[in-house]
Design a protein around this ligand. Structure first.
Ligand code: HEC
Length: 164
């Protein structure tokens, strides 16, 4: 390779490297910042728990209550219900990052893991289009919500089959 072509190739590599490090340092938490040692990226809570409750947990549980009020007739409704279940399962993961600062951390982590597992189970019943099982799993999921609320003295009681 001639000296000129080698220089051009290295220039390209350099450009690509700059683009990558720029993209990584954009939103900026736990990522590589130019000139510093790379840090391990770790999950970090951003939104308040209340927002996750309303925007993720309650919104999707309400949606599931509506979709599963009667047996879904089309594949799209089943697919939508599966997605809503999985978003609640992921909410369990997000809650695992947010134990209370003072007491009850273990209790919290247990309920958050229950939420994830229970919603995952519901997603599987929905994926199998097993309506009786999906209804039963949705009721169990709502119990997980209520058990955590009870444990942490949250006055909110959820019932996916009666909410509008
Ligand atoms: C790991 C514990 C935990 C689980 C599991 C949990 N919640 Fe909550 N929830 C809380 C806490 C704590 C609050 C109070 C948050 C606050 O006011 O800051 C809350 C509050 C709420 C609220 C009231 C929000 C407001 O505006 O005051 C709703 C609605 C709610 N949760 C729905 C749900 C639903 C639906 C589920 C299940 C799919 C669920 N939660 C599962 C802990 C939990």
């Amino acid at each position: 390779m001639s000296r000129v072509r080698l220089g051009a190739a290295l220039g390209l590599v350099g450009t690509a490297f700059l683009c990558v490090s720029f993209a990584q340092s954009q939103p900026g938490r736990g990522v590589t910042i130019q000139g510093k040692q790379p840090q391990a990226a770790t999950p970090e809570p951003i939104a308040e728990t209340k927002l996750l409750m309303n925007g993720l947990a309650a919104a999707n549980l309400r949606g599931l209550g509506k979709l599963l009020r009667e047996k879904p007739t089309d594949a799209e409704a089943w697919a939508f219900a599966r997605g809503q279940s999985l978003i609640i399962a992921e909410t369990g993961n997000l809650l695992l990052m947010r134990p209370p600062r003072t007491a009850g951390q273990e209790l919290w982590l247990g309920h958050a893991a229950d939420l994830r597992d229970s919603a995952d189970k519901l997603a599987r019943a929905v994926a199998a289009k097993d309506y009786p099982k999906a209804r039963a799993n949705l009721a169990s999921l709502a119990n997980v919500c209520n058990r955590c609320h009870q444990a942490f003295q949250v006055p909110n009681r959820v019932d996916p089959f009666t909410e509008e």
